[in-house]
Design a binder for this molecule. Sequence first.
Ligand SMILES: [Ca+2]
Length: 329
Amino acid sequence: MHEGASLTFHSTPVLVSLGLALALAGCCGTVRERNAIAPTGVRTRVPAWAELVREDPDPEVVTDAALLDRIQQTGLAWWVKDKATQIEMLLIPPGTYRRGASIGDDRAGADEKPAHDVTLTEPVYVGRTEVTNRQYRDHFEHDHDSKDYEGFSLNADDQPVVSVSWNDARSFCDRNGFVLPTEGQWEYAARGGTTTRYPWGDAPDAGRGWANVQNPSVKQRFGWTGESVSWEDGHTVTAPVASFRPNGFGLCDVIGNVWEWCSDAYDPREYERHASGVTDPEGPASGSARVLRGGSWFYGPSYCRSSRRGNYDSTGSTAFIGFRVARAP
Ligand SMILES: [Ca+2]
């Protein structure tokens, strides 16, 4: 098995006439709990469903002054924990960013073009890490088995859950009051203020310490062909979540570890339709292929770019695909 061989990305989505996207829109449009009152002494607002971890952004993590300002302008706490599941979440503020192929990116696919402005009008909390096996088992499917890959376990409590379809991820979210991030939210969150190909810049080889991707010894062990990064990241398969440094919003593992399901149906021509800009995009109204973002432990640098768009059938699951959750304040 080599890179890309076992995860075939659809070039065209199969359309189905389900009310799925409508249901999604309904979830995303839930009335915000604007009246939640923060405890005395806390300056920022904490959602009713959450408890406070840290009010203000860590200046060593959120280093971009504009992002810091946007976060503080919301009046919402930066880092919270969902009371029911203990899933940690970080505030992603409203804003406008450039989505799609980074300038000069010769690895960018046609579906990443043209780059265009995306405006997000509402703040959203996004999981600080990918959902773990423990969280998935404790709050959805108690006997879920993420299995192993050629003898290397994917099933430890603190590894990201895999062997979950988009439908499974949606069901986990429905059960626990979450939604999946939209593709528009995902890339904004993943870029963390950057305009480069990776959160660490344009050169894949500068990413050491940032991500668990296909590294040379793993490639050699499994006899894969195709590209890998030049550095060793210390992980043969999935790494325990938050093993690597956070991005400009404080999110961990947005690049690498596991592909992350987004709520959107996949349309390779989505960006063409939005060439002049778009506000709060949610993707096509229906489609059985759903968007995947961020690359994974199994994939090399082309697949692990911030703008890379993957997709897979909503009923399919692999050892490379997991998800992170989102929730309105
Ligand atoms: Ca690795």
